[in-house]
Design a protein around this ligand. Sequence first.
Ligand code: PRT
Ligand code: ZN
Length: 222
Amino acid sequence: MFADTDRLHIAIQKNGRLADYSRDLLRDAGMRVVKGVNDLAARVENFPLDLLFVRDDDIPTFVADGVCDFGIVGGNVLEEFALGTPDAKFEIVSRLGFGRCTLKIAGKDGVEYASPASLSGKRIATSYPLIVNRFLADAGVESSIVTMNGAVELAPRLGIADFICDIVSTGATLDANGLVAFDTVYESEAVLVRAQRPVDAAKAAAAEQMLGRLEGVLATKE
Ligand code: PRT
Ligand code: ZN
């Protein structure tokens, strides 16, 4: 399927918080998705577009490497990738208004936090070490970052870290773990990201047409 270079390719999350929204956005833009030959990919029957279903973490790589022309991914995931891959060639085309969440510094209820300076010399557990590192550098604070790929909210109780920096939406997870949010590190929502590489005229025209339709859908949701 991906040898078919005449068609546009968009990477979207296979399962998870962005998956349904991403499919709905494409559907609302008039893309009729037909079932794929496998569960990794699907074809749009009325537009030269193929969908690739992947883990959200892989979407920036697919776009930056030019395997896909577009991707829909959380701004937080894209930002972490961009900080680690400064030469990556991509651009954010639109903010999509779903998947909103905030990366927050949190700690045990009762821990003292007045400003980022309170993090000095402390251990911070997070899945977003580069975003946290930038936050600390901007504040001129030195802390040690403990990178965890999941269950970050358990770190203070396990004695692995003094603070965490994790995604918060309702705050229920922090609550359930006896944690309190102290500071905001990054505000996120899903974004449409585009590879920056030359494509032929037909593909470029299809891309513009798709972007026009997506903008139309987004405009009705503002
Ligand atoms: O399988 P795959 O790797 O593709 O998915 P994933 O499990 O890594 O990601 P997924 O589906 O959980 O999240 C995808 C994207 O949704 C994230 O990268 C964010 O951009 C966005 N998003 C929006 C969130 C949340 N809201 C959110 N609440 N991602 C995660 N959470 C977590 C949060 O960390 C907490 O543990 O959900 C839990 C509940 O949050 P509260 O505050 O409502 O309790
Ligand atoms: Zn993921």
